[in-house]
Design a protein around this ligand. Structure first.
Ligand SMILES: [Zn+2]
Length: 367
């Protein structure tokens, strides 16, 4: 081989670490969360707001779960499903496009299905919400749906879900607390209208039924890149070896939202277990219907099982709620990612190593 041909590979050597550096920097730079510069989109004008404490409206919802009070879970018809789907779509449009007309259309459609869409101006906070709940004249157990009337400037759409109210202790109130505390970063709160075990054959277990209005709502709001957080509770007496919180994405994997939540819980000194396909299997939510849908559509699913030890301890519960709220408000970033300087230093270190190695290699290799 000629000397000229032998020279060229050496020139390539310094380029390799530069490429590696660029790859490292670009990869690690992605999760860095910059503060949003744009302000939240305000709710549309031309809507009549009911000013009262949102918690009061939610208390009414919580007092009407079938199972807690007598009632009959009614299977929706195919036209009920399509009407509800249209209503959810209109609400989504109303909030994302600041369109009062869509709220009025959704409200009219809701009336046809014995639902009411109430624009609530929460007198406790001044925050605005849309509440979609059944008229008090009916109780079919189809669930209640709450929406922040403002769209968050953050791009991640976050959905809170409580598919097992009452059965999973106070899961519906825990979900509500995170929903309202992270306003307006949690877009939607979905709450089942019926106790999990009310139907003898699992008909009212919303986390495991492929067809329900709850699932229709889940499908309407779960999109690529959105995050779904589902709140459940387990009895510590039945699971004595489990930690205080068990997180799962439903298939033994992990996602950024789950990791961020786990990190915040651990920082608050709450013990956390993550279902990895084997450990915490009983609380791993492998058959969760909403989880399957979320994963199929590229959304991050976080199934959170809370021990009764946390639920019945006000301090621990506040720590749990604050950790999740913080994760949402931080757009699921990690505190470590905010210290950007670390990553370039590591990258620089790696690059220097390659440069020195490349240089030494070129020096020691005879021409
Ligand atoms: Zn549950």
């Amino acid at each position: 081989m000629s000397a000229r041909a032998k020279k060229s590979p050496r020139r390539i050597i310094p380029i390799i670490p530069v490429i590696i550096l660029l790859v490292i920097v670009s990869t690690f730079s992605l999760p860095v969360h910059h503060s949003p510069v744009n302000t939240p989109q305000l709710p549309p004008t031309g809507i009549t707001w009911l000013t009262k404490p949102l918690q009061q409206v939610y208390n009414l919802i919580q007092s009407r779960f079938i199972g807690l009070i007598p009632g009959n879970y009614t299977e929706p018809s195919s036209s009920d499903y399509s009407t509800m789907s249209t209503i959810f779509g209109l609400i989504d449009t109303a909030v994302s496009q600041n369109d009062a007309g869509s709220i009025l259309s959704a409200s009219n459609l809701a009336t046809q299905l014995n639902y009411q869409l109430i624009p609530v101006n929460d007198s406790a906070t001044g925050n605005k919400y849309y509440v979609l709940m059944e008229n008090t004249t009916v109780n079919r157990g189809w669930g209640s749906y709450l929406f922040a009337a403002e769209r968050s400037p953050l791009t991640t759409q976050v959905i809170m879900e409580a598919p097992h109210p009452v059965t999973d202790f106070n899961s519906q109130q825990i979900a509500y607390t995170i929903f309202t505390s992270a306003y307006p970063d949690v877009t939607t709160l979905l709450v089942s209208g019926v106790e999990r075990t009310f139907g003898p054959n699992g008909q009212t277990d919303m986390a495991h039924r492929a067809q329900s209005i709850f699932e229709t709502a889940h499908e309407a709001f779960t999109k690529f890149g959105s995050v779904v957080i589902q709140i459940h509770g387990f009895d510590a007496a039945n699971h004595p070896t489990e930690p205080l919180v068990v997180l799962s994405d439903g298939d033994g994997g992990i996602n950024g939202a789950l990791q961020s939540i786990a990190s915040n819980l651990e920082a608050a000194n709450l013990s956390v277990g993550i279902f990895d396909g084997f450990t915490h299997e009983k609380l791993g939510a492998q058959k969760n219907i909403q989880g399957r849908y979320a994963r199929a559509f590229g959304a991050g699913f976080v199934h959170s099982e809370i021990s009764s030890i946390v639920v019945y301890n006000a301090t621990l519960l506040t720590q749990y709620e604050n950790s999740l709220t913080q994760s949402v408000l931080n757009n699921f970033g990690f505190p470590a990612y905010q210290i950007d300087i670390k990553i370039p230093i590591i990258a620089l270190g790696i690059m220097s190593f390659f440069l020195v190695a490349g240089y030494r290699l070129s020096k020691t290799r005879p021409d």
